[in-house]
Ligand binder design. Structure first.
Ligand code: CO
Length: 137
């Protein structure tokens, strides 16, 4: 007779539910590792090593170089005009998170780059706004 069989019905259900949660907890870290492997990811805060101002319908520094593991913060300084950062080519092409959220005045957006490559980007509603991030190993 197993330990679970020895328990009253309610306790047995709780035992099995708990065992199920424990099994799920073992699987979760693997998924977290897979997400960490994204070429680039959004991170909290505005502390990117490089800072790019968005103003007058343009990315203030159209081309920026960083190293793997470094981050860039974009800040929208266009009053009354929302913009975003949308990676359309390079390692983030077609990946979840390639299209950044819309940024209102003074909103910031910070991306950490995990893989080398050339990440060219636009602003979704204004595709004439272009920029490029070169990530070196
Ligand atoms: Co725009």
């Amino acid at each position: 007779m197993s330990h679970a069989d020895a328990l009253p019905a309610f306790d047995r259900r709780m035992f099995l539910a708990t065992a199920g949660l424990a099994a799920a907890a073992v699987v979760l870290p693997k998924q977290a590792v897979a997400q960490d492997a994204a070429p680039a990811e959004v991170v909290e805060g505005a502390g990117g090593k490089e800072q790019i101002t968005i103003q007058n319908m343009a990315f203030g520094t159209p081309e920026v170089k960083v190293k793997v593991g470094e981050s860039i913060t974009w800040t929208n300084k266009d009053d009354g005009m929302a913009h975003n950062v949308h990676f359309r080519n390079g390692p983030m092409k077609g990946k979840p998170g390639a299209q950044g959220k819309m940024l209102n005045l003074n909103d910031t957006y910070t991306i950490k780059f995990n893989q080398p490559g050339e990440y060219s980007y636009i602003c979704t509603p204004h595709p004439m706004m272009k920029g490029k991030v070169i990530v070196e190993a």
